[in-house]
Write a protein that binds this ligand. Structure first.
Ligand code: CP
Length: 332
């Protein structure tokens, strides 16, 4: 694996999940793979889970880790070509990425979208330029349009918490009884947030549905449709209560509008997930990528109840990262 940017970099969902759960069962099985190898984690935006879980995954594999917080510690980066650098930017990504490639065997990059220009954000130039100029395998730690380590984690958590069986001959998971119903629901927020997590989650769940693992439904207010490239004909309802009927897993996330790019066009507090919302579900387990704003996005009564699996979900970030890094180390 030369890059981990989206679901398209994973040959088989089931095999990837099985690898991750094998890492979880025996974290140090492959600690020889990373001996004398260096992982560089480059952050252009804040992080708790991605930073710590990826660092821990690398340590489990015997790697050394260097973390670079560009906004506080690095030179201001120029990402455009053909500009005279007589403004605020001090170093071009061509040199910065190439130099990091000299020091590291694998690199990770986090960069959020500006949410001003949809064309610019959805081109994902920064990630692709970084990968090109560093010359090393690159893991997305969340980019403008996707958060693949989070979505991989979410699938691991669904399989782990659901009733699935792994067939070692076909290398496929299958549900033991009924396919679980997974609902992605929009929730309110006071800040304009990227579509990366819901885009990515939808992309992975659509594929999981195609492979017969789950049934998938998306619910959001009018004006919050995600780009079709990610939802690919998934069932979308604007009636949240209808969508939540008989749900086994509810994945809560705010995102800003794609149609009115980066705008907050709904502030309806009734979309916040409460215990009342969960009454129509099948005792659903509640997921969120975190960080989550309590009593704005999800009610505390839900986060503090047995419905919530957000901590277990965050714990699984390690195994998604470890499965990806392990694959990259094996293929070097
Ligand atoms: N879910 C997630 O990516 O968390 P961080 O932003 O804290 O890394």
């Amino acid at each position: 694996m030369k890059q981990f940017f989206s679901i398209y970099d994973i040959p088989s969902l089931s095999e990837a999940v099985h690898t991750a759960l094998t890492c979880k069962a025996n974290p140090f099985q492959n600690e020889h793979l990373g001996k004398h190898k260096v992982l560089g984690l480059v952050f252009l935006n804040p992080s708790l889970r991605t930073r710590m879980s990826t660092q821990k995954a690398a340590m489990n594999l015997g790697m050394e880790v260097m973390v670079m917080n560009m906004t506080s510690d690095g030179w201001a980066l120029e990402t455009k070509d053909g500009v005279i650098m007589n403004g605020d930017t001090a170093e071009h990504i061509r040199e910065a990425a190439a130099v990091m490639g000299q020091y590291c065997d694998i690199l990770g990059l986090r960069s959020f979208p500006g949410l001003q220009d949809v064309e610019v954000d959805y081109r994902e130039e920064l990630f692709h330029k970084f990968a090109q100029y560093c010359g090393k395998p690159v893991v997305s730690l969340e980019t403008a349009t996707r958060h693949p380590l989070q979505s991989f984690t979410d699938l691991i958590t669904l399989i782990e918490q659901g009733d699935f069986e792994y067939d070692t001959d076909t290398k496929q998971y299958s549900p033991q009884k009924n396919k679980p119903k997974v609902v992605l629901t929009w929730a309110p927020h006071v800040k304009s947030l990227p579509q990366a997590v819901p885009n990515s989650f939808a992309e992975w769940m659509v594929q999981a549905e195609k492979e017969g693992l789950i049934d998938f439904v998306i619910t959001h207010p009018e004006g919050y449709a995600l780009k079709e490239e990610f939802t690919q004909g998934a069932t979308v309802l604007t009636n949240q209560k209808e969508a939540l009927q008989e749900a086994d897993f509810v994945y809560v996330k705010n995102w800003s509008s794609y149609e009115n790019y980066g705008q907050i066009t709904c502030t309806d507090a009734s979309w916040m997930l409460t215990l009342e919302h969960l009454k129509v579900t099948n005792q659903a387990k509640v997921m969120h990528c975190l960080p989550v704003r309590r009593d704005l996005v999800i009610a505390s009564e839900v986060l503090d109840s047995a419905h919530s699996i957000v901590i277990e979900e965050a714990g699984n970030r390690v195994w998604a990262a470890q499965a990806v890094l392990q694959e990259m180390l094996k293929n070097k």
